[in-house]
Design a protein around this ligand. Structure first.
Ligand code: MG
Length: 402
């Protein structure tokens, strides 16, 4: 269960603004976070922003929100921004992975929202934990890769982890006030992605453009492809295991095409609690940034004066092998979840670049899992080494399957 250390409760109820560092400010989660911050300027203050390359957009945000500290991951983009004098005078500019980590540990920050693609956020997330910041976590790959070490470090430092992924934020809301021993199961909902109504033979010809047409959510390209394969739900099952201290068999998923119910938590007595809100990230982001305060939402809530139906159907693992790989990785433990994640990242990138067909994604991931001898990593370095090995082998698979 998420821990709420006494030290971080002292600011509750105070009128001071919470000072936010936003890593991934130019991405999809970043845009939603900016909407939340803009509409709660009396409660939230943006003190640091980071992005990979888009310095023009960063400069625009820095001006609009008077942000004093900025980090740019990509060296060439950092140099270009400097040459162009893109940022207001007095802005502190940082660069590279070290810059992101420094930003995450800014002495003036209260909460760090990590919303960068893939595992790039691991180092800054650990820096935020070490500096005692609240960590609002949107990048699920961090816990999939290194959940054991990140959660142990957070617990050792008494850092609060606030889930931002919509399903996990929903679970966090439903289990609040309940003991972990009273929870029987957590069920995450999955929209089914862009291809949920496609016949299987048509998947052979699915293009990146097809995969990026998500029926309900507007998100970045990597996660949208992950929704089409259901790898996203697999990663989320593993993420839930770490965030809420669950056993693998306590984490389940169900197809729910409307993306209105974000999770179901089943208790020992058979009662289930669900969390509902429209499919927009502003809801979970606001909950995490203002937690435990519940302020007015940026967007209108669900409207029950309109006809609404909620459907649920079991996941066909024959059609979605990635969910089976994720479940098996989670049950195997060790580095298996990291292998699943790394092979998937390589395969999805290759698919997005048009180098491999859609159905090669599960082939590459399945092959990586078969080939890798699983072991219990002694430290983070061992996980990162396994991650690197898998990426190299998966890259060779891309060459074979293209
Ligand atoms: Mg999600």
């Amino acid at each position: 269960m998420p821990t709420v250390p006494a030290s971080s409760q002292t600011s509750e109820g105070s009128s001071a603004r919470r000072r936010v560092v936003l890593l991934g400010a130019t991405g999809s989660i970043g845009s939603s976070a900016l909407r939340v911050i803009a509409s709660h300027r009396d409660r939230l203050e943006l003190v640091g922003i980071a992005a990979r390359t888009d310095w023009r957009k960063l400069a625009k945000i820095a001006r609009e929100f008077s942000v004093p500290s900025v980090a740019i991951y990509d060296v060439a983009a950092f140099l270009e921004a400097g040459q162009q004098g893109a940022f207001p005078e007095g802005t502190r500019l940082m660069q590279g992975p070290a810059g992101l980590a420094e930003l995450a540990a800014l002495p003036c920050a209260d909460v760090v929202l990590v919303a960068v693609v893939g595992t790039t956020g691991l180092e800054p997330a650990l820096a935020a934990i070490a500096a005692g910041k609240d960590l609002a976590l949107a990048s699920k790959e961090i816990l999939v890769l290194a959940g054991k070490f990140v959660m142990a470090e957070a617990s050792r430092r008494g850092t609060r982890i606030l889930p931002v992924d919509s399903e996990h934020n929903a679970v966090f809301q439903c289990i609040e006030g309940h003991s972990s021993s009273s929870v029987r199961r957590v069920i995450l909902t999955a929209s089914g992605g862009a291809f949920r109504d496609w016949p299987e033979e048509r998947l052979l010809r699915a293009t990146p453009a097809d995969a990026l047409k998500h029926p309900n959510w507007s998100m970045g390209p990597k996660i949208t492809v992950d929704c089409a394969t259901l790898a996203n739900k697999g990663l989320e099952l593993i993420e839930a295991q770490w965030l809420f201290g669950l056993r693998p068999e306590q984490c389940a998923a169900v197809i729910h095409p409307q993306s209105t119910v974000h999770c179901l938590v089943e208790f020992n007595d058979g009662a289930m609690l669900a969390q509902l809100s429209p499919p927009s990230m502003t809801f979970p982001i606001q909950h995490a940034l203002l937690y435990p305060e519940r302020a007015r939402s940026v967007e209108p809530p669900l409207d029950f004066t309109q006809l609404m139906s909620l459907e649920f159907k079991p996941i066909d693992e024959g059609r979605y092998p990635m969910i089976r790989f994720a479940r098996e990785s989670m049950a195997a433990g060790g580095v298996a979840p990291a292998v699943f994640n790394a092979a998937n990242e390589v395969a999805v990138e290759a698919f997005l670049r048009g180098r491999i067909p859609f159905l090669a994604i599960p082939k590459i991931v399945g092959h990586a899992l078969d080939r890798t001898a699983n072991f219990e990593p002694a430290d983070l370095a061992a996980v990162l080494a396994a991650d690197g090995d898998v990426r190299r082998c998966a890259t060779l698979d891309v060459e074979i399957l293209k």
